[in-house]
Design a protein around this ligand. Structure first.
Ligand code: CA
Length: 505
């Protein structure tokens, strides 16, 4: 049975394109969400909620079942997207100490030089002022869910009344309305959703109140044999905050994200959350009962912000339809990384474990990518820059480290047999820096700085990263092979930091 599935997948990948990229250069829309877990998207089989609009992109194009990121955290992921290079090459390694140098080469600059109009609207989170865009209007830093300020191109800040996910789409449509229609465009729509602290739009509050969500089987992970997992600070039990994250505000609490609301928004917020707070106080929960209550509230809030995200992605697709743009526009949907929905007892991201290493990704290219394709080959956010340049018929600069997904789909380039990952940040949530390699069968991780340890996983037997096999008998040979592969990738991508760690320097 497994062999048949594999054969079908290989056949499907080779036959994924209906034609060569078109002579007329396509428009490109990249919809980039924040912390959106593939576990919550119905195109990936999620039972938690329906995401019909995100699913539509997959149904009309290709769904990447094995899409991963090079460094699972917000700012660095965006830098990888824009440069097509790993963090050590683009210089933006973590959110806490790095500044993005927007003067370096970016794929949008190449597109601009070749006649494209470019824009980034919404969450950007790279610190420095955008370059390479004819138009930008961005949320400063993380941005706010309610009545967000936006940074304008003239340097001013403008507070816009409403809910961020709707506003980002509104600004997008305004820009599309007035763009130069003589040129193809490349537009990045950066959504804040579904980032912490998951404040739903007033229209979506309560939509999951009747649902009790099942707990992931490893919700009570004890982190045996995993040193970095033992010292992290990202559990629902201990790290998730009742007021800040779950809106359980005692009278007099001033939570800035909530204080931003106008009178009407605040009245709706209070009408929804106050009874929940009263009920919560009356229950006087502790221990496991409290943790499980927090998980249920987390799921309800998170999925409600995802509902708005999906609805506004539907608006983008409708706009393309209504303006006869669909046939000549590539639409790529991805998150900046995956997220934990209670797996290992966690929320947040960062680890090279499946749920945060992986990201949802799908791509529609009418007339070129056959509808309804599902691809199991490894692709990465590193590949977006090359893919866009390839589609636009622009030469891919040699320094770019990603590969064109189009050339993967048409069989021109061979898919990856292994992926390289490197996470650097060593602050909030106490996740140890680490780098590693994932092949089709195994994953090897080297943690350093906060903890010094190795981890090895057999992905077929242990897809949830629960049983560290490093140092166990019978795994000596595969460990050596994986270390060789890791060294080869470190050399290929020229990651001097990793090389120093391995050499004890
Ligand atoms: Ca993120």
């Amino acid at each position: 049975m497994k062999r048949i599935t594999l054969t079908l997948i290989l056949f499907t990948a080779c036959a994924a394109l209906t034609a060569q990229p078109k002579a007329k250069r396509p428009n490109i829309v990249i919809i980039l969400s924040d912390d959106h877990a593939y576990q919550t998207i119905s195109a990936y089989g999620s039972k938690f909620m329906q995401t019909p609009n995100i699913d539509r992109i997959a149904k009309e194009g290709v769904l990447f079942n094995k899409a991963y990121v090079t460094n699972s955290i917000c700012g660095p992921s965006r830098a990888v997207l824009l440069t097509g290079k790993y963090s050590h090459k683009n210089g933006f390694k973590d959110n806490e100490t790095s500044n993005f140098n927007a003067a370096q080469d970016l794929f949008v600059k190449q597109l601009q030089a070749n006649g494209y109009q470019t824009a980034w609207i919404g969450k950007y989170h790279l610190g420095t002022q955008p370059q390479g865009f004819d138009f930008w209007q961005i949320l400063p830093g993380q941005g706010s869910y309610y009545n967000p300020e936006m940074l304008m191109m003239d340097g001013s800040r403008k507070r816009i009344e409403g809910y961020a996910t709707n506003i980002v789409e509104d600004v997008t449509e305004t820009w599309l309305d007035q763009r130069d229609t003589s040129k193809p465009f490349c537009l990045v729509i950066g959504h804040k959703s579904t980032h912490r602290t998951w404040i739903p739009d007033t229209t979506d509050m309560g939509m999951f109140d009747d649902v009790t969500f099942p707990f992931p089987e490893n919700f009570y992970d004890a982190y045996d044999n995993r040193e970095a997992a033992k010292v992290q600070d990202m559990t629902i039990a201990k790290t998730m905050i009742l007021g800040y994250d779950l809106k359980m505000l005692t009278p007099g609490d001033k939570e800035p994200a909530v204080e931003r609301m106008n009178t009407v928004q605040r009245a709706r917020f209070d009408a929804y959350y106050q009874p929940i707070y009263e009920d919560f106080k009356a229950r006087n929960l502790s221990g496991k009962a409290l943790t499980e209550w927090k998980y249920q509230r987390y799921m309800k809030d998170y999925l409600s912000t995802a509902a708005s995200l999906d609805r506004n992605i539907g608006r983008t697709l409708d706009y393309l339809d209504q303006h006869q743009l669909t046939d000549n526009t590539i639409v790529i949907y991805l998150s900046d990384q995956g997220f934990y929905m209670g797996e290992h007892g966690w929320f947040d991201k960062r680890f090279m474990y499946e749920e945060s290493f992986r990201t949802p990704m799908m791509m529609r290219y009418p007339g070129v990518i056959k509808p309804g394709i599902k691809l199991n080959g490894y692709v990465m956010n590193l590949d977006i820059a090359s893919t866009c340049l390839d589609a636009a018929g622009v030469a891919i600069p040699e320094e770019i480290q990603g590969k064109s997904i189009l050339s993967l789909l048409n069989g021109k380039t061979k898919g990856r047999d292994a992926m390289y990952y490197h996470y650097y940040e060593n602050g909030e949530h106490s996740v140890s820096p680490h780098f590693g390699v994932q092949t089709k069968k195994y994953k090897l991780i080297c943690f350093y700085k906060r903890v010094d340890s190795w981890e090895l996983y057999d992905l077929r037997k242990d897809p949830r990263d629960m049983h560290n096999l490093y140092g166990k008998k019978k795994y000596e040979k595969i460990t050596q092979q994986l270390k060789s592969k890791l060294n080869a990738l470190i050399a290929q991508y020229e990651d001097e930091d990793a090389r120093r760690v391995l050499n004890g320097g």
